[in-house]
Design a protein around this ligand. Sequence first.
Ligand SMILES: C[S@@+](CC[C@H](N)C(=O)[O-])C[C@H]1O[C@@H](n2cnc3c(N)ncnc32)[C@H](O)[C@@H]1O
Length: 225
Amino acid sequence: MFTDFKNTIDFFIRNKTKFSRKNFVEKDKNLIERNIRENDYYRDVLEQFFKKNLKQNLKILDIGSKNWFYAKGEFDFFNSFSSNFLLKGVELDAHRLYSNFYSRYEVAKYHIKNLKNVEYLADNLLNIEEKFDYITWFLPFITLKPLVFWGLPKKFFKPEKMLLHAYNLLSKNGQMLIINQGEKEAQIQKELLEKLGIKFLELGKIESEFFEYKNERFGFLIKQK
Ligand SMILES: C[S@@+](CC[C@H](N)C(=O)[O-])C[C@H]1O[C@@H](n2cnc3c(N)ncnc32)[C@H](O)[C@@H]1O
């Protein structure tokens, strides 16, 4: 109860003030090296599961991008077969501050700086209305605890509504990849998909030679007819 009140006030203030230091640049060699491997991981995961769509003007949405530390991995995957695409990342809590007083927004600007046709949107997924050929959704909040732990007000916990909304954003033949953390969350994700009558392919445990996360990840592929 108190935590939700605190999260609600904090969220309101950071979205009103949008306070941040400007022009973030990562200087820590270890973090830069880790980021390269994580981008390789994200690229590899898309490579493993997405079917390449050769149509012109592809539109792609990444949901819950945080500081979009993996934007280059996603960019590299789509750039490997498309010469003309627009990649958007949407993040509800874009103005959340790190202890160094840079916001996720500023850090995301650094990660997408040299990537053409890539946009980071500080917005709620539920406000997005366009259609997309691809949607990527890494680690959605499908239980309340992590959402609260990450500092979001409880009113944003709407897993069913969000999933249905995301599904409806897919264009004809569109593909959506959802990656969950841990077997328990994957089971909840599966039940949500079943409850909403959304057809899916269960991908099981996600593995990549490029990076290994401490918590196992599981995936689902959804295709729009
Ligand atoms: C667990 S994090 C995942 C971050 C990132 N995708 C990754 O792979 O590490 C979930 C993110 O979803 C964001 N989020 C939650 N609800 C959202 C909404 N309605 N619209 C956009 N982003 C949302 C959260 O703020 C958080 O940054």
